[in-house]
Design a protein around this ligand. Sequence first.
Ligand code: TXA
Ligand code: MG
Length: 311
Amino acid sequence: MRSGSIGTNIDHAIKILRNGGVIGFPTETVYGLAADASNSVAVNRIFDIKGRPRNHPLIVHLDSLAEARLWSADWSASAEILGALFWPGPLTVIVTKALTVKHEVTGGLKTIALRVPNHAVALEVLRGLEGGIAAPSANKFGKVSPTTAEHVLADLGSEVDYILDGGPCSIGLESTIVDCSAHTIQILRPGGISLELISQVLPIAEHMTGPSRAPGMLESHYAPTCRLTVVADMNEAQSLLGPHAATQQVRIIDGSSDPSLFATQMYSQLRQCDDDGIDQAIVVLPSPNGIGSAIRDRLLKAAHGAQNQSH
Ligand code: TXA
Ligand code: MG
């Protein structure tokens, strides 16, 4: 099969990974840019394709909690609790890495990010490979994450060896990242598993306060090309519309009325704004609970990246 082809052939995808190739890989959160985590050359290709600094660590995807334990030299009690409750699912734990883990995967860190995705196709590939898959989101560095195989094709089609189509992502936003490697447990990124759920089973020391422990988390990310403005409600959106409507293409997007549904569509809608030549997208934020926290996190970062004046 030629470079950049798209399809549903799981055996073909596994064979490419075994041979050191890089593929578009479906998960329930967003599509990943995947390589065999034990192959340093293949992992380096991920950084080249994505245009990502080499010191930004990758998540390793595994098929089970039992497999995840093997990737850590000091599997913590909190990681065990989270893995047992939320895997397979949109949750990533940071733990001390095993000695055998390639330093390319962790960007030289002593810790590693691990996740068992809740996607039948992803799990079948992982079982077939019998190893870990290193995968960041399959977008160019700083851009909007892909939630369909077609998004991956549009962004990286000519640079990957294959795109495994597993349908549209059911969650639509990246996983929640929980740092379980230190004494205090910290949420590094809100995502598909809510902070409220995690707080019910573990004492969370801080909620996204202080300097981030995750490299690459503070820069602008997830940004569309158009200018993005976030507002609290529809009235504020309408009031912004007035002055610009005559000279600019402005689109209002309501993220507040059904946040779970909006999460599945948010990245597609931002991409659509760019495809339609929109100058400015005005998004009404959901309230900061459940998946709403993750939506707000991504939109506020994207708005910052777009040099938004008001936020
Ligand atoms: O849902 C997801 O998490 C998706 C799918 C493909 O699994 N992946 C994803 O990967 O969002 P990526 O690379 O776009 O974001 C992973 C984040 C990065 O910000 C990275 O800095 C952080 O995880 N990370 C990875 N390893 C880490 C570590 N050892 N310590 C702290 N942060 C880490
Ligand atoms: Mg990403």
